[in-house]
Design a protein around this ligand. Structure first.
Ligand code: ZN
Length: 487
C-alpha cells in the first residue's frame, strides 16, 4: 500500500536531533517513508490523506511496559508495587485479551513501538497468545520474554524464586525459533530481574542464549533503593553489562550513571509509576547532573495505574523535573529565573531517545526518508490543541493533547487508527483459534476484556495483597526495616 499525507505540519528532527517544524507532504511506500517534500505528486497507487490542520508526529516509543495487564486496570490505584505477580490468575486466553487491549490502548494514543516486559511465563500458551495478540494488534514490539520468579500458589502467596523451572527454557528456545513475527514488526527480547540474585550458571546459560539467538535487547528492573544492591554494578561484576541492556527506571547513583555511560546502557524513566511506587523521582532524564541525560527515554510501565499515553508521561516527567528544580532554588530562598527544561526535551524522550534506547534509531523515532512508516497525526484544531497547535506543535502535543486528539496512527505503513477510531483488527493463525473470529472491532475486544476481568477479579479478591506486596519487595532485596510511611 502507498499513502500520501498531504499538506501537514510535520515534526522532523535535524542531524543534531533538534526538532524542526515544516509544512510538507509525506509519501509512504510499503512500510517505509519514501519521500518528504512540498507538492509531491501522488502515485496512481497511493491513497491521499488530507493533513491540512494536522500535526504529523513520529510514532511514540514506549521503552518499558507490561502490556498484558489490561484486566487489572483500576485495581492498584492506591497501592505501591502493582500486581505483576497476579499473572498467575490469568488463563492463556485472558492474556490474549489483556495483551490485545494493552496494545490497542497504546496505538489509540499514538505509541507505535514498545519494549514489552512480559511477566506472563505461566505456560507456553500464555506467551504464544501474548505474541499472537501483539502481532494482530499492529504494534511494533520487542517481546521481552521473562524468567522472573512466579507465584507457585496464590493462597497463601508463595513465590517460586526459580523462574527457570518447567517450560520456561524450552519455551524461550521455541520462541527464538519462531522470532521474528509479522514481517519483523515483532521480535523476541529478554526480560529478567534475576541477574543479581540467581546462581551464576543461570546467568551464563541465558547470556549464551542471547548470543546464539542474536537477541539485541535485554530488559531488567533496577532496585527500589539505589545501591541496594546496585544492578549496574552487579552486572559489571558478572561481566555481562553491555549496550544490549535497557534498564527500567531512573533511580541511580553517580557510580551507576558512569557505568551507563561507559557501556552505553540506556534507561527508561516511567514518571507515573516511579512516583507512585517510590522507585525514583523522574528527573534524571531531564537534568544532566549525572551526565546520562541522553541515555534516557520514557515508558508507561503499568497501565493498571496510569494511562498508556506517552505524551502524558512526557508531561508528568517534564513538570516534575521543573518542580524539583524550583524546589532547589526555594531551599536557597530564591526563585528560578527560567523553567529550565523544554517541551522539546520531553518530546524527544518520547520519540527519538526511545528509539536510541531500543537500538532502533536508524529505523524509528523520527520522520525521515527511508525510515519505517510509524506516524501519528493530531488534529491541531481540536478543543484541546487549538491555537497551541499552530503556535508550537510540540508544546501542543506535550502539554495539551490526549488520545482523543489523535486522528490517524500508522504503524509499519499500515493504518491502525483513522478519523479518531481504531481500525478493525484482522486475525489469522492462532489469534483466530483463540477468538473464534477472523476480525475484531474494539467493542468485541472490550466485551471480552470485561468478561475475562470478571473471572480474574473473583480470583484476585481471594489474595492477601499486603502479604504479596511484602514478598515482592523481599524479592527485590527490600526488608521490613527499609520501609517507612513518611508524612
Ligand atoms: Zn516495570
Amino acid at each position: 500500500m502507498s499513502y500520501l499525507l498531504q499538506n501537514g505540519t510535520a515534526i522532523l528532527h535535524d542531524v543534531n536531533e533538534r526538532v524542526r517544524i515544516i509544512k510538507t507532504d509525506i509519501l509512504i511506500d510499503g512500510n517505509r517513508i519514501s519521500k518528504i517534500g512540498e507538492d509531491i505528486t501522488a502515485p496512481a497507487s497511493a491513497t491521499v490523506i488530507d493533513c491540512t490542520d494536522k500535526i504529523i508526529s513520529p510514532g511514540f516509543v514506549d521503552t518499558h511496559h507490561h502490556v498484558w495487564q489490561t484486566q487489572l486496570k483500576g485495581r492498584h490505584a492506591d497501592q505501591t508495587p502493582s500486581g505483576n505477580l497476579t499473572a498467575k490468575l490469568f488463563t492463556a486466553e485472558d492474556v490474549f485479551w489483556g495483551q490485545l487491549g494493552g496494545c490497542l490502548e497504546m496505538i489509540n494514543g499514538g505509541t507505535t513501538t514498545v519494549a514489552d516486559y512480559a511477566h506472563v511465563n505461566i505456560s507456553p500458551e500464555h506467551n504464544y497468545n501474548a505474541v499472537s495478540a501483539t502481532a494482530a494488534s499492529g504494534m511494533r514490539s520487542v517481546f521481552g520474554y521473562c524468567f522472573n520468579p512466579r507465584l507457585s500458589s496464590t493462597n497463601p502467596m508463595t513465590i517460586d524464586p526459580n523462574g527457570f523451572g518447567g517450560h520456561a527454557v524450552p519455551t524461550f528456545d521455541e520462541l527464538a525459533k519462531q522470532s521474528p513475527w509479522a514481517d519483523g514488526r515483532v521480535k523476541l527480547g529478554l526480560a529478567w530481574d534475576g541477574f543479581v540474585f540467581a546462581p551464576k550458571e543461570y546467568v551464563d546459560m541465558l547470556m549464551a542464549k542471547v548470543d546464539e539467538y542474536k537477541i539485541d535487547l535485554i530488559q531488567t528492573h533496577i532496585s527500589w533503593k539505589p545501591g541496594k544492591p546496585s544492578w549496574p554494578q552487579a552486572l559489571e561484576r558478572l561481566g555481562v553489562l553491555s549496550s544490549k541492556f535497557l534498564m527500567a527506571h531512573s533511580n541511580m547513583t553517580k557510580v551507576d550513571a558512569d557505568l551507563y555511560r561507559k557501556y552505553d546502557v540506556h534507561y527508561s524513566s516511567t514518571p507515573s509509576t516511579e512516583m507512585q511506587v517510590a522507585l525514583a523521582f523522574p528527573v534524571i532524564a531531564f537534568r544532566d547532573d549525572l551526565g546520562v541525560k541522553d541515555l534516557g527515554s520514557l515508558g508507561v510501565d503499568c497501565h493498571t495505574t496510569n494511562a498508556a499515553y506517552l505524551p502524558g508521561e512526557a508531561r508528568i516527567g517534564l513538570q516534575s523535573a521543573r518542580g524539583a528544580r524550583a524546589q532547589v532554588a526555594e531551599t536557597r530562598g530564591k526563585v528560578p529565573l527560567t523553567v529550565g527544561f523544554s517541551v522539546e526535551e520531553a518530546f524527544n524522550l518520547a520519540t527519538i531517545r526511545g528509539a536510541h534506547a531500543m537500538k532502533m534509531e536508524y529505523q524509528i523515532g523520527s520522520i525521515a526518508e527511508g525510515k519505517l512508516a510509524d506516524l501519528v497525526t493530531f488534529d491541531a484544531n481540536s478543543p484541546a490543541m487549538v491555537c497551541a497547535g499552530v503556535h508550537d506543535p510540540v508544546a501542543a502535543i506535550v502539554l495539551h493533547s490526549s488520545p482523543a486528539d489523535i486522528d490517524t496512527v500508522i504503524v509499519d505503513g499500515v493504518i491502525r487508527k483513522r478519523d479518531g477510531k481504531l481500525m478493525t483488527v484482522e486475525l489469522d493463525g492462532s489469534a483466530k483459534e483463540v477468538t473464534g473470529r477472523s476480525s475484531l472491532e474494539w467493542a468485541h475486544v472490550a466485551t471480552n476484556l470485561m468478561r475475562t476481568r470478571h473471572r480474574i477479579q473473583g480470583e484476585a479478591e481471594k489474595l492477601d495483597y499486603e502479604d504479596g506486596q511484602k514478598k515482592v519487595m523481599q524479592a527485590f532485596g527490600i526488608s521490613e526495616s527499609d520501609l517507612e510511611d513518611p508524612e
